[in-house]
Design a protein around this ligand. Structure first.
Ligand code: UDP
Length: 263
């Protein structure tokens, strides 16, 4: 697999991740993805905020370096690859990856987002994947929608003291894929904390993807995506993101400056 070194991180490029997903029946069967520590795979959709946090917080940096797969989820990461590594990589949006993975796996747990969003995601996926009757399987949250896919849903606004029991229920569900939509870095910390309890599970933090899947927020129109302006659409949709954008821009410039001084 083709990886590009950006600062201390090996970022996989767009084509290799899709190639891998298409060529391997199950991503975990590939030695490329096999973890050194356990049989799980943590995929991080890397952005500027992750890089900045990792600079300030060694425990977060360790999560990034321990992850089996970092994918570039932001034009800023692609630009860093261009400037620092002189390599061209293509952005892969977390939501596109999430969709691809949902299509690829059969037992999927969805943790996160507001309760109404989580419920509506359940309805949406029920409608999409079950043409037959819906039957309960292990526990109230697990659905055997048809022979092919089973789902588990839990919203992300629980009390801290409920966390362990929620994780226990997910572990019992034994997902092939766990999508965590708690926002960053909470989702990455949660995966890192509990990953050892799982077996052969692909785990990804997917930010606001469930909000987009269910239509609470909209995905940028094609033209914005094509012009690499998805970030602008997100600011227009959620103006409070403007501050985050400016601080990312500042951090991006600081990183470039710092690495050119170290050359
Ligand atoms: N969220 C959650 N529990 C929380 C805080 C946030 O489930 O305690 C959800 C929120 O509803 C949204 C997602 O996490 O669906 C965060 O999305 P955002 O786009 O803000 O992610 P980020 O850009 O921070 O990764």
């Amino acid at each position: 697999m083709h990886k590009v070194k950006i600062l201390d991180y090996l970022v996989s490029d767009f084509y290799s991740i899709y190639e891998a997903l298409e060529n391997y029946e199950n991503i975990e069967n590939s030695v490329v993805y096999r973890s050194q520590n356990d049989s799980n795979i943590h995929i991080i959709t890397l952005n500027m905020e992750h890089l900045h946090l990792a600079e300030k917080m060694p425990e977060f940096k360790k999560i990034l370096t321990d992850a089996e797969l970092l994918i570039p989820d932001g034009e800023s990461i692609c630009l860093l690859a261009r400037i620092l590594a002189k390599q061209k990589i293509k952005k892969i949006a977390g939501i596109d990856l999430a969709e691809k993975l949902i299509n690829n796996y059969s037992r999927i747990a969805f943790l996160g987002a507001e309760k109404t969003v989580s419920d509506s995601l359940r309805n949406l996926l029920t409608a999409r994947y079950s043409s037959e009757s819906v039957s309960h399987s292990s526990g109230a949250d697990a659905f055997n929608l048809n022979a092919r896919k089973e789902f588990f849903f839990e919203h992300g606004f629980y009390e801290k003291n409920q966390e362990e029991s929620i994780i226990e229920r997910i572990v019992n569900f034994n997902p092939e894929l766990l999508l965590v939509a708690l926002g960053s870095p909470a989702q990455e910390f949660l995966i890192a904390k509990y990953r050892h309890l799982f077996k052969n599970t692909v785990m990804v933090g997917v930010g606001g993807s469930f909000d987009i899947f269910t239509g609470k927020l909209s995905r940028a129109p094609r033209l914005f995506i094509k012009l690499k302006l998805e970030w602008l659409f997100r600011i227009l949709q959620e103006p409070k993101r403007a501050l985050r954008f400016l601080s990312n821009l500042k951090n991006f410039l600081a990183l470039i400056l710092k690495s050119s001084l170290h050359k």
